[in-house]
Design a protein. Structure first.
Length: 356
């Protein structure tokens, strides 16, 4: 097989654009010899339970799945009766970027509230946390948050604990979409369980793909009382892998040591470098007209560019518009983003914004 792409090309469109970390590739190869039981009856999936317990504590259960949408849909579905609803920020991935799967496939109602920084608060939750016992209203029974958020912002431990307490006091459970959970832990510099299980999260989606895996996420049930029927839901939602050992082996490679943390720290550091370089350029005049619309707290940046710059900049570097109406763009850094990539990007931003 010949290489069909230029391996030297890197961009800032998504951490999904990155390749597979070599240690993860090696883990897949190591799991490849011989036969192992299918559908999760293999030694790698058994070992994965121990690895996750090492991060989140005893009594949890992890369910490997193919992708983040599947993790969110199946996890949330296991937390809800058919009449249940989920309160989430309007920017949440489950609302904006999953093609309606939570509602169409999961059969749940999403009750969304605006959150300028992507973060829910107890006060925002209360905008939709009402109507229990009203047969005309989908019943709000789960609050779903994202860590780190779709806007690159972070919940503190205390903020998550406050949301968990607020939800639990009202008979609801707390779900966490952790597509970039490793970036959050790296940025907060705390163990994974500190802002999840210890803070009152009941069920979470654990992301691997954006942090060096080929494919594979996991639904982690931290509170067994908050979830039921997940083993059946994973199957009928087409998220049960027959050769599950290859998903589990990837997650073991990330989580058994510190690869998950090294990768996340690096991608966060590259985002910090990019923002610092742009801000330095604005200060010394080598960059003009760029502003940031969100704090940079993990591996994502949100910037507003002068008219016409985004299109020209994309001729050299891929990235996505966030709000095209106001020239807002998103730049994402990955575990394999290099300092030279960042510096070249900053230089091109400077060239284009000072020659308008």
């Amino acid at each position: 097989m010949i290489t069909l792409h230029d391996p030297a090309i890197r961009g800032f469109a998504s951490d999904n654009y990155s390749g597979i970390h070599p240690e993860v590739l090696a883990a897949i190869a190591a799991a490849n010899e011989g036969h192992q039981s299918a559908y999760g009856g293999d030694q790698y999936t058994e070992r994965l339970q121990e690895v996750f317990a090492g991060h989140f504590g005893d009594g949890i259960e992890a369910f490997p799945v193919f992708n983040g949408t599947g993790a969110n849909v199946v996890g949330l579905q296991s937390m809800l009766p058919r009449w249940g609803a989920v309160i989430a920020a309007s920017t949440a991935h489950i609302n904006v970027d999953e093609g309606g799967a939570p509602e169409r496939i999961g059969g749940m109602k999403l009750l969304t509230v605006p959150a300028d920084d992507g973060k829910l608060t107890p006060e925002l939750v209360d905008r939709e946390a009402w109507g229990w016992g009203d047969e005309h209203r989908a019943q709000p029974l789960v609050v779903s948050i994202t860590q780190s958020t779709e806007l690159g912002t972070l919940y503190s431990i205390d903020e998550i604990r406050a949301l968990a307490d607020h939800a639990h006091e009202r008979g609801m459970h707390l779900h966490l979409d952790g597509a970039r959970i490793s970036n959050a832990a790296a940025a907060l510099d705390v163990p994974l369980r500190a802002f999840t299980r210890d803070a009152g999260v009941d069920v979470l989606s654990f992301g691997g793909t954006k942090n060096g895996a080929m494919l594979g996420e996991a639904i982690v049930v931290l509170n067994p009382e908050a979830s039921s029927g997940l083993i059946y839901g994973r199957k009928y939602n087409m998220q049960l892998s027959s050769k599950m050992r290859f998903i589990s082996a990837q997650l073991i490679a990330l989580l058994e040591g510190d690869l998950w943390l090294r990768n996340a720290r690096h991608s966060n550091a590259m985002a910090t470098r990019l923002r610092a370089g742009v801000e330095a350029g604005l200060a010394d005049g080598s960059i003009s007209g760029v502003s940031f619309s969100q704090p940079t707290q993990s591996n994502g940046l949100f910037a507003i560019l002068p008219d016409g710059v985004a299109e020209k900049l994309r001729e050299s570097f891929r990235f996505y518009d966030w709000d095209a109406a106001r020239n807002e763009v998103r730049w994402m850094c990955s575990f394999d983003t290099q300092e030279s990539d960042v510096d070249a990007f900053i230089a091109e931003i400077g060239r284009l914004t000072t020659t308008q």
